[in-house]
Design a protein around this ligand. Structure first.
Ligand SMILES: [Zn+2]
Ligand SMILES: [Zn+2]
Length: 254
């Protein structure tokens, strides 16, 4: 499997894009503002969209993308999320007020979008690729995703704060290669990190202490403008793990 990082910032501004991961050329994990850099042709090739949670930094460009590519596709885009997340998206986003409900356009029999419920621990198999929701703890219902090619695995935590259930899942992955974990805030903003259920470097250190497998660790979702502060604190707190800061455009193969 290949994964290209289209967006990995906690916000926007100049070259920053919010969370968007493209897997091969047909699967999307979250659809933040990174999605808007793809060409219309590239957008139209996306058949499957897996959503971690409803927050706009992870979903903002999905409604626009569906509208842009619908006429160029012969089959529905499959939108996957947990039952709780799908309910939020249908009630608050695809509700005809914020954006149309493409699951009944142009008709319910042949819609542009179909909704598919996923659950933690239950993998979705797409050819030789398996995508499994993993536990997350955030201010709204959320999951991360475990991508498994058969040869190797990449874990993306999504937005989460401290969460033992995540590590129970990660420590069972025997072909783990890459772990992409959020660290949205600096230690100075630890209180906000706790309130908004994110991580800061100090909390990241407590989480990584629960990791029982070797993995290349990448830190994502840094607040715009705070990148160098957070990166320095990450190095101080968890330097022994040799973490790297995730970059837009970064490619992973596993
Ligand atoms: Zn969030
Ligand atoms: Zn976020």
């Amino acid at each position: 499997m290949k994964m290209k990082t289209l967006g990995c910032s906690g916000g926007i501004g100049a070259n920053l894009r919010t969370t968007t991961l493209l897997v091969d050329d047909d699967i999307l994990i979250d659809g933040g503002t990174g999605l808007s850099d793809l060409s219309l042709e590239e957008l139209a090739r996306i058949d499957h969209i897996f959503i971690t949670h409803s927050h706009l930094d992870h979903t903002a460009c999905i409604p626009l993308m569906i509208d842009s590519v619908a006429r160029y596709r012969s089959k529905p885009i499959r939108l996957y999320a947990t039952e709780a997340v799908l309910r939020i998206l249908r009630e608050h986003m695809f509700n005809w007020l914020l954006w149309p409900d493409f699951s009944c356009i142009p008709s319910e029999a042949e819609p542009f979008v179909t909704y598919h419920t996923v659950a933690v621990g239950e993998g979705v198999v797409l050819g030789s690729r398996r995508i499994t929701p993993i536990p997350a703890q955030h201010v709204v219902p959320a999951v991360g995703y475990h991508l498994d090619s058969g040869d190797g695995s990449l874990v993306f935590t999504g937005d989460t704060t401290s969460n033992d259930a995540l590590w129970d899942a990660v420590n069972r992955i025997d072909n783990l290669r890459y772990l992409i974990i959020e660290t949205a805030f600096s230690d100075e903003q630890k209180e906000i990190a706790i309130l908004s259920k994110h991580l800061c470097p100090d909390l990241l250190a407590k989480e990584l202490a629960k990791l029982r497998r070797p993995a290349d660790i990448y830190v994502t979702h840094l607040k715009p403008g705070e990148e160098s502060i957070i990166a320095n604190e990450v190095e101080e707190s968890v330097g022994s793990f040799c973490p790297k800061i995730l970059r837009r455009g970064q490619l992973f193969e596993f």
